[in-house]
Write a protein that binds this ligand. Structure first.
Ligand code: SF4
Length: 708
């Protein structure tokens, strides 16, 4: 292998992955930066896939890692094997072109003498052998044309589709079925589980059957599951269903009802009744959206349904009940049409489309019913969010989010999978996996070994038990021999190359003087480091204020100041990496996934410990549930979440063994609060500089000057 260097942690991890993939079980592996965890799982995974003629699914949280595995790591790993191997990147359905929708859109536009250049370009691309993957098409991310032609499970006719044989989604599925490694993301992985569960079949799913899974960036699994297992509706989503049934342009009716009206034996009065009900439903969706939009206070973008009170609550429920009633009536009208359809017409495209739309409307009515009686669904958080992209017509999105995704992941994922590797650089708090495992369903709801014994693997279990009694593996709290957990330390010399600097006299973050302090402290630290820094914030306001105060000073020094939002993330990071002295001011997603090796990132300033906003509806509901059962939500949820994000922020600093740098913390709670020690003890052992601001600035300058 080119540039190969033996790393003990990597070899050890590869050994454990081999055992779990071969014998079954779950490995929870924290691998520090530089372990080379992707090689540690790719080599055993590929060996097993080739040897057993079965695919292994690799799931990542980010596209970056997906691309790195596919383009950089897999070619090297596969070259180590004599047998040829194939890897396929599988994305969510919405990334692929649906030929049926494309032809329908072109046909519809032709009917109205409209000619969309973009549709023609997409057609040419497709006819010219285009991959069907949106990323290969020069189309802006937010171009609305794509939503007219992309694949959606609710639109898919699957085996009944006239384009089935040439379908891009089916093609990628066949490709995946013949690959040894399937590189997906958490969203695809979880959506696939959901599709297989709901549809009770695999026709509509993207991933083929698999028994071995690697979840990389596993620290993000809970967030991905929270998003994926949320159900939503809005005026927009209702309109989309209604437009599928009927739409007209220039007085010509098109859509499912228009097609059905051409079939024999369907009484026109049934079609007319459905059209009338469709109009009623559309009006009530408009009315509901208008009422729901009044439920927000000024500057409020989300609200819990249970917190609505007084007139707001009464009007919201009344509009919701009316909407539910209208959708239920529409379902009845469409059901009447469905019953009138003769047996021999069952395979007609419009009939299949009717059944699919009917099912979607029934699901939507059921969701609305849950919103009307949220108390009957104690496991869900019902909340509203307002989208003000169009200030003249704000759209309210109603979501039902699981209060706890742990039981869902446990039941649908971990209990079903034979072998699973969960890995990330940030899974532990102060060396313990307890918290992460409890959040994803690998603690209380442990998986019994019975299923393994049934599968005739008693010897493997004995081996695992033996290993559990060894020095290197932690014994987990549920005494479940199927779950191994282990920390593979980073080989990087943190104690020599990294420094943690803490201002012991920093202004407390709840003080009104904190922003003024930040302006001074950030400016002084950046002077000491001569730029070359990433400044991480927990709020856009603090980011903006600090940037406005500090960037003129940086400009005077000839240092480029970059701010999140100035350009897209990719361009911003490229500029930051290429311009050595530049400084990037950022928040949110920039705490994770910024990979800027070398001198360009010599200082990370953590302006505030990254506690999540307590008013966030999901966060506050989960906290309330913990408190209600007698727990302490701050200790059980807020602190661990913040520690994991803090570790991610710290992890931006040292990306290569030669990297050298400082993480400066300007939140004095890390010293003054009892929980502060958890943040420090969760980091790799490194040098520590503590003192007043001027003192740590001198330490920073001295430490970085020694790098030459
Ligand atoms: S099978 Fe489904 S995704 Fe493929 S072209 Fe047909 S409708 Fe579209």
């Amino acid at each position: 292998m080119p540039e190969f260097e033996a790393r003990l942690s990597q070899v050890e991890m590869a050994h454990d992955v081999t055992e779990i993939i071969s014998d079954g079980g779950i490995l929870v592996a924290e691998a520090g930066t530089g372990v080379g965890k992707s090689f540690a799982y790719l080599i055993p995974a590929l060996a097993w896939a080739i040897g057993n003629s079965e695919p292994v699914v690799i799931s990542t949280a980010t596209i970056n890692l997906q691309q790195q595995i596919y383009k950089k790591d897999f070619p090297i790993v596969s070259s180590l094997f004599k047998k040829p191997a194939k890897a396929v990147v599988v994305k969510g359905r919405g990334n692929y072109l649906c030929k049926r929708r494309l032809y329908a859109a072109i046909e519809e536009d032709a009917l109205f003498s409209d000619s969309s250049m973009k549709l023609r370009e997409i057609l040419e691309w497709d006819n010219g052998g285009g991959s069907g993957d949106k990323s290969d098409l020069a189309l802006p991310d937010d171009d609305p044309i794509w939503s007219r032609v992309c694949s959606e499970s609710d639109y898919c006719l699957s085996l009944h589709c006239p384009y089935h044989d040439k379908c891009h989604v089916i093609h990628i599925r066949l490709e995946a079925a013949s690959a040894q490694l399937i590189i997906a993301n958490h969203h695809v992985l979880l959506a696939d589980l959901e599709a297989k569960r709901i549809r009770e079949g695999i026709i509509n799913t993207v991933l083929p059957s698999y028994q071995a899974l690697v979840i990389d960036e596993a620290h993000a699994l809970e967030a991905s599951a929270t998003s994926l297992f949320s159900e939503t509706f809005s005026k927009r989503s209702i309109q989309r269903l209604l437009l599928r049934l009927s739409r007209h342009k220039k007085r010509i009716q098109v859509g499912i009802l228009a097609s059905l009206s051409k079939l024999p034996d369907i009484p026109s009065m049934l079609i007319d009744a459905a059209r009338l009900q469709l109009e009623n439903t559309e009006s009530s969706a408009d009315a509901f959206n208008a009422v729901a939009a009044t439920c927000f206070l000024e500057n409020e973008s989300s609200v819990l349904v249970k917190n609505l009170s007084g007139l707001n609550r009464t009007m919201f429920l009344s509009a919701l009940q009316n909407l539910e009633k209208e959708i239920a009536l529409l379902v009845t009208r469409l059901g009447e049409i469905s019953e009138a359809i003769a047996q021999e017409l069952e395979d007609e495209e419009s009939v299949i489309e009717l059944r699919i739309t009917l099912r979607s409307l029934e699901e939507m009515a059921a969701l609305l019913a849950q919103f009307i009686k949220p108390e009957s669904e104690p496991g869900s958080i019902f909340w509203l969010q307002v989208d003000k992209k169009n200030p003249k017509e704000p759209i309210v999105i109603c979501s039902a989010t699981p209060l706890d995704v742990a039981p869902i992941l446990s039941e649908r994922l971990f209990e079903k999978i034979r072998s699973c590797i969960c890995t990330s650089a940030t899974l532990t708090i102060n060396g313990s996996f307890q918290w992460w495992r409890s959040r994803v369903g690998l603690l209380e709801r442990g998986i019994s070994e019975t299923r393994l014994l049934e599968a005739g693997q008693s010897k493997s279990n004995r081996d695992l038990k033996n290993r559990l009694s060894g020095q290197t593996l932690e014994r987990n709290s549920i005494q479940n021999p199927r779950i191994l957990q282990k920390n593979y330390p980073s080989p990087f010399p943190y104690s020599k190359n990294a420094m943690l600097a803490i201002d012991t006299e920093a202004t407390p973050p709840d003080s009104p003087e904190f922003q003024a302090y930040l302006n001074t402290a950030v400016a002084k630290l950046l002077k000491a480091s001569r730029g070359r820094a990433l400044v991480l914030f927990t709020s856009h306001k603090a980011l903006r204020d600090t940037y406005n105060a500090v960037s003129p000073l940086l400009e005077q020094e000839g240092v480029l100041a970059l701010r999140q939002g100035q350009k897209d993330r990719y361009s911003l990071l490229r500029t930051f990496v290429n311009d050595i002295s530049s400084v990037l001011f950022a928040t949110e997603s920039f705490w994770e996934g910024v990979d800027a090796p070398g001198e360009t990132l010599s200082l990370v300033i953590i302006t505030r410990l990254p506690f999540r906003v307590p008013t966030d509806p999901i966060q506050s509901s989960r906290a309330a549930a913990i408190d209600a059962r007698g727990g302490n939500s701050f200790a059980e949820m807020s602190i661990p979440e913040a520690v994991i994000l803090f570790k991610q922020g710290f992890g931006r600093l040292i990306r290569h063994s030669q990297d050298r740098g400082v993480v400066a913390v300007l939140d004095v709670r890390i010293l003054k609060k009892a929980y502060g020690s958890l943040f420090i003890s969760s980091l790799p052992r490194c040098r520590l500089a503590m003192g007043a601001l001027d003192s740590i600035c001198r330490d920073v300058a001295e430490f970085l000057d020694n790098e030459r």
